[in-house]
Design a protein around this ligand. Structure first.
Ligand code: DCP
Ligand code: MG
Length: 369
């Protein structure tokens, strides 16, 4: 009783960084279902559960064909009982009860709406939800004191919840490039994040800035921000010195050079002239607000910064997990530390980092885990 499609799928390696995960895949309905449960777990601050659903979804994204029967997945890694139950139900009934209930739940809807405000995380959103605040309008009526980021988040809520498109990302790229070349000739900018992985849209635009002469990048962010502000491009900005705060379960703190890594969270004002594609501007408005993240890295760390900021978030997590568990190494956006040799390993390209980790090189378009 072996259906034609039964044996067709070879078992994939279990770390996402050992596989190609393309942007377009064959199991969208299943992945969407698992993503809802992942999102709900993340909003409930159940990180472990969220990661389990994300890993299961990423495995499905790597499969070369559409799954029609759950038996086809036998022998595949990353699929826990819960994920398999969801997959089976969607394949058999078209929908999964738990997913539908989650999507319709007041809490999930409210948490999504509230964390959709720039500057609002799951903890804050949960506290507000318990006070009966379910929407940004409820929040405005409540008279809560909001911090500067959250005020900007409420003010530009609609724009910031529209996906940013590649054309807009490119338009902003030209502006940032101009800013960078005005304040430090020779500095270079690279589009990172989802757009580097080939995505057509994103929730923000991410840039990495560096200068080929080590040390020249110091103080660069402040100058770039001043230039952008003077030109009227910034609706909001906040620069943080220690950009790469490792989570508790992540690698040990990188060496002291991490405090030279600067990051600026900003909201750009993109006008119609800059982006001829602003059809999503509502009504007669001639500009839109767009979230932009800029990171500055010293040249010697550029390859690590590039790898660390290209994502996806799950791919990054998997790289670090691979490094620790399979190679006794600690990977960050700054460096790679070999615990056995007790030394930092240098690299000038992403290809070199993959090689040091004993991994086949996966190009950005294959990192959409
Ligand atoms: N990143 C990370 N850990 C963080 C923050 C960022 O690993 N705490 C990395 C991975 C991300 C990249 O930086 O891919 C950019 O972060 P975004 O949140 O902008 O993620 P994406 O660009 O991948 O997604 P989107 O298209 O929604 O912007
Ligand atoms: Mg992004």
């Amino acid at each position: 009783l072996c259906g034609a499609d039964e044996l067709a799928v070879v078992s994939l390696p279990s770390y996402a960084c050992q596989r190609h995960t393309p942007l377009l895949h064959h199991n969208t309905v299943l992945i969407d279902a698992l993503s809802i449960l992942a999102e709900n777990a993340e909003l409930s601050e159940n990180e472990g559960r969220g990661v389990a659903f994300r890993r299961a979804g990423a495995l499905l994204k790597s499969l070369p064909q559409e799954i029609r029967r759950v038996e086809q997945l036998r022998g595949q890694p990353c699929l826990g009982d819960h994920s398999l139950r969801v997959i089976k139900e969607v394949l058999e009934d078209g929908v999964c009860c738990e997913v539908e209930t989650t999507k319709e739940s007041r809490q999930f809807k409210a948490m999504k709406a509230l964390t959709g405000i720039f500057g609002v995380g799951a903890k804050t959103a949960d506290r507000w939800f318990r006070e009966g605040i379910h929407t940004p309008s409820d929040l405005q009526r409540s008279g809560h004191n909001l911090n500067r980021a959250q005020r900007a988040g409420v003010q530009y809520y609609d724009d910031l919840n529209q996906p940013v498109r590649k054309a807009e990302a490119d338009a902003i790229g030209l502006i940032v490039e101009k800013a960078v070349s005005e304040v430090l000739p020779g500095a270079k900018i690279t589009l990172i994040g989802g757009f580097r992985r080939g995505k057509e849209t994103g929730h923000d635009v991410d840039f990495l800035i560096t200068h080929p002469e080590e040390g020249r990048e110091e103080g660069l962010m402040a100058k770039v921000v001043s230039w952008l502000e003077a030109q009227g491009f910034l609706l909001y900005h906040k620069t943080t010195r220690n950009s790469y705060l490792e989570s508790k379960d992540g690698p040990a703190r990188p060496p002291s050079n991490m405090d030279r890594f600067e990051r600026c969270f900003s909201i750009f004002r993109l006008t119609r002239e800059e982006s001829s594609m602003l059809s999503q501007c509502s009504g007669s408005r001639s500009w839109m607000a767009v979230r932009v993240d800029m990171v500055v890295s010293p040249y010697s760390q550029f390859a690590f910064a590039l790898l660390g900021w290209t994502g996806s978030k799950l791919f990054e997590r998997e790289l670090r997990r691979w490094a620790v568990h399979e190679r006794a190494m600690t990977l960050s956006s700054h460096t790679l530390y070999d615990s056995t040799k007790r030394q930092y390993l240098r690299a000038n390209s992403e290809e070199e980092i993959f090689a040091l980790l004993g991994l086949e090189y996966i190009p950005p378009c294959g990192r959409n885990a």
